[in-house]
Write a protein that binds this ligand. Sequence first.
Ligand SMILES: N[C@@H](CCC(=O)N[C@@H](CS)C(=O)NCC(=O)O)C(=O)O
Length: 214
Amino acid sequence: MRSIEVWGIGTPRCMRVHWMLEEFNLAFKIHPIRSRTGEANTEEYRQLNPREKIPTLVHGSFVLTESAAIVTYIGDSFSVPDTFFIPKTAEEIAIVAEWNYMIMTELDATSLYIIRRHESLKHLYCPAPEAVESAKEYFSKQIDAMTSRVNIKGPYLCGDRCSSADIMMVTTLDWALKCGIGLAAQWESYMERITSRSAYKKAFDINYPDGMKV
Ligand SMILES: N[C@@H](CCC(=O)N[C@@H](CS)C(=O)NCC(=O)O)C(=O)O
């Protein structure tokens, strides 16, 4: 059997990978490197991820970066537990993709990463308080617009089973809450429900051994 290794802990993007592997009850080796510590800037790590970012998944000789791609790959590569939903039809695949692209582009890259770069990492990327405020507003507008679609199809975004969309969404909302962004009650009850999953809790302890920080 091909070994599974995960490089990276301590960030919401890494949490996605640990959580998905826990959902699938897979054994994996963890390389607990963290961002901005120099641990991702070694020649050994650059061979895996030339952009020197975490997380990276190594499955046998196959190397994959980008948290959303990794979560999807795990779902498509291993035996699926009864409690998990992997889309099969074109429409199911498209709906999960719709959530995941929205989360990665509108919520993660366009909003939360702007806040991170220009708030806690402003010494590296320059202070930009107006951009930070505007990114917070943008996040709220995007997530509020989707409130009518939560708790509708079932307890999870895509129905009665957890999917990669829930892993992507909850890790992103955890991050938003840490940034001081408030959520509608519907999202709060959704979060409470999904974060009670044992795989989430196991992954949280692995990924955030000293608690979550942003
Ligand atoms: N889009 C990537 C983002 C990866 C990323 O930016 N990781 C951060 C930590 S969450 C990192 O490694 N930052 C270090 C750097 O940018 O130098 C993903 O979702 O995996």
